[in-house]
Design a protein around this ligand. Structure first.
Ligand SMILES: [Cu+2]
Length: 253
């Protein structure tokens, strides 16, 4: 009897926690913002911002960045892992000690891919390296907005809780203006590691409660649209970044 009482107690406790994990109607509502900064060791001179609006299990993602390798596909994702540090990687994450951080080495910091920020089609982790569907950063600038992205309840909650991380990939270690080099990507041996190494990263921090509410009805959506019309520079300014990054001449080795 005593044992069965204990089991029943555990079951009740588990049931009480279930809505947090599998509920959909009440999954999460809120907004999270990220300041995108250069990933340690990877030599990118860039910056950007990202904003994710969460309604239940549907998210809208707005992102702007500059200082990326121009006219090359930049895979971009939301990363999250319950066991991750919910951070951008540090130089100390360079497990191979080769002086750069590849995507896998950043895993302990930001976790696995949970959303692929493709421009069209599938947005699941399956599209992590769908290079023909990511922004190519004309002139080094990336501008992205996509709505109606469906995520799991757990991912929606992680975003609202400030535990997910935006990563834009694609670097130019040797500064020759294209993805190349003898080191292959650990994610896809058909690609050079330059094509997949993380370039910019930012933790999606939860916006203060009510901070994004600009009025009733569709005001928030209109506000988003206005920002998009003004372009990436306005977004970056709005997020408080001091200067629009200027892509500097790369130091050649
Ligand atoms: Cu990624």
């Amino acid at each position: 009897m005593r044992a069965s009482h204990k089991i029943a107690g555990v079951a009740v406790a588990a049931a009480a926690l279930l809505p947090l994990g599998v509920g959909s109607a009440f999954a999460a509502d809120g907004t999270a913002n990220a300041n995108l900064t250069p990933v340690a060791l990877n030599g990118v001179q860039g910056s950007g911002t990202a904003m994710v609006d969460v309604k239940g299990t549907t998210i809208t993602v707005t992102m702007a960045a500059s200082g990326l390798l121009a006219d090359a596909p930049h895979a971009a994702h939301i990363h999250f892992g319950a066991a991750a540090r919910h951070e951008c990687p540090a130089a100390s994450d360079d497990a191979s000690k080769d002086g750069t951080l590849n995507t896998t080495e950043g895993g302990p910091a930001y976790g696995p891919i949970v959303v692929s920020l493709t421009k069209t089609g599938d947005t699941s982790p399956t599209s992590a390296l769908a290079v023909d569907r990511f922004d190519t950063a004309p002139g080094g600038k990336l501008s992205y907005e996509r709505g109606s992205i469906t995520v799991s309840a757990g991912v929606a909650q992680a975003i609202v809780a400030g535990k997910s991380v935006v990563v834009i990939h694609g670097v130019d270690h040797n500064g020759d203006g294209k993805y190349d080099g003898s080191v292959k990507s650990e994610l896809d041996p058909k690609l050079p590691t330059e094509a997949t190494d993380p370039a910019l990263c930012g933790v999606l921090r939860a916006a203060p409660a009510g901070g994004m509410q600009t009025g009733g009805g569709g005001a928030a959506g209109e506000s988003n649209g206005a920002l998009i019309l003004l372009g990436g520079a306005a977004l970056i300014t709005a997020a408080g970044t001091a200067t629009f990054a200027v892509r500097k001449a790369r130091v050649r080795t």
